[in-house]
Design a protein around this ligand. Structure first.
Ligand code: AMP
Length: 285
């Protein structure tokens, strides 16, 4: 595995690979890697000639400075996992490499309503920070394919809009959410949960599943949401939202007939750690 820290070195290397007509897959991450990240890398390895993973804890997407400070950075373990998965390249820039003082230009991109709902409502500035780093990373790495997890459904939807609006020549692929055996969506944040909370947090996946059954049986959207919030309200658990939205516009739907692409998304605080998850309930192909 080649590790690049400097932008110019990575760019030179990628340029040469492109002259050789290699298809380049890219997986941007913030490290503390788990099977979810690695499943994206494995997908890229299946579909592309070269797989590049980046690890960069993007300060611009944290609205809470404590959250940024506490973000886990187990770099030795990350390196071990990437080597084990035969990743070709790790891009490991510093903040100054991505946001050089010589280029403080702000990205001119407006996620619009996509950025105002769900996560956007509770984490002001978060998606502007995500869009900024994704724009910079995609320009630096210039991959052919970008692999992102359905786990962060809203993020993926906003990045799709960014790629479209900024005419970025990359194909975005949505990859399935990897889950722990009890159904809890894998996340770097799970490491901060006590073992009992980690077990109890299976209720998030179960609620998404139970609610889908109600949805399939035609129960009203309002009722499903109300019952889901009550299911998620265990001791130590504080549900923030349980939204049922159109998968393209992320607008709330009030009735099944309003959308052919329905996604349920939720955020729950467990022992003060904020967990998110979602499930696609209907997707007309
Ligand atoms: P992060 O390091 O949290 O910024 O995530 C980097 C990428 O990994 C994003 O595209 C996430 O959606 C994806 N990801 C995170 N957790 C999972 C998971 N449990 N399953 C699949 N993809 C994931």
């Amino acid at each position: 595995m080649i590790i690049f820290k400097r932008v110019a070195h990575l760019q030179n290397w990628v340029r040469t690979r492109k002259k050789e007509n290699k298809v380049i897959g890219f997986i941007p991450t913030m490290g503390a890697l788990h099977q979810g990240h690695l499943s994206l890398a494995d997908k890229s390895k299946e579909e592309c000639d070269i797989t590049i993973v980046s690890i960069f804890v993007n300060p611009k997407q944290f609205n809470d400075p404590q959250d940024l400070l506490k973000y886990p950075r187990p770099i030795d373990e990350d390196l071990r996992l990437l080597l084990h998965h035969n990743i070709d390249v790790l891009f490991l820039p510093d903040v100054e490499d991505i946001y050089p003082s010589s280029n403080q230009e702000k990205l001119d991109f407006e996620p619009g309503e996509l950025g105002n709902v769900m996560e956007g409502k509770f984490r002001p500035g978060h998606f502007a920070g995500v869009a900024e780093v994704m724009y910079r990373l995609l320009n630096i790495v210039s991959p052919d394919r970008l692999f992102m997890g359905q786990k962060d459904f809203q993020q993926l939807t906003i990045v799709r809009k960014l790629i479209h609006d900024a005419h970025l020549p990359v194909l975005l692929l949505r990859c399935l959410t990897s889950r722990e055996p009890n159904g809890l969506a894998m996340s770097s944040r799970n490491l901060r949960l006590s073992s009992s909370a980690r077990k109890q947090a299976t209720i998030i996946f179960q609620t998404l599943q139970n609610s889908k059954i109600k949805f399939d049986h035609g129960e009203s959207i309002e009722q499903i949401k109300k019952e889901a919030i009550s299911e998620l309200s265990l001791d130590n658990f504080k549900p923030e939202y349980f939204s049922i939205v159109d998968g393209l516009t992320l607008a709330d739907i009030n009735d099944q007939s309003e959308s052919g692409f329905v996604v349920a998304c939720c955020a729950v605080h467990v022992e003060g750690i904020r967990l998110i998850d979602n499930m696609i309930w209907k997707e007309n192909k």
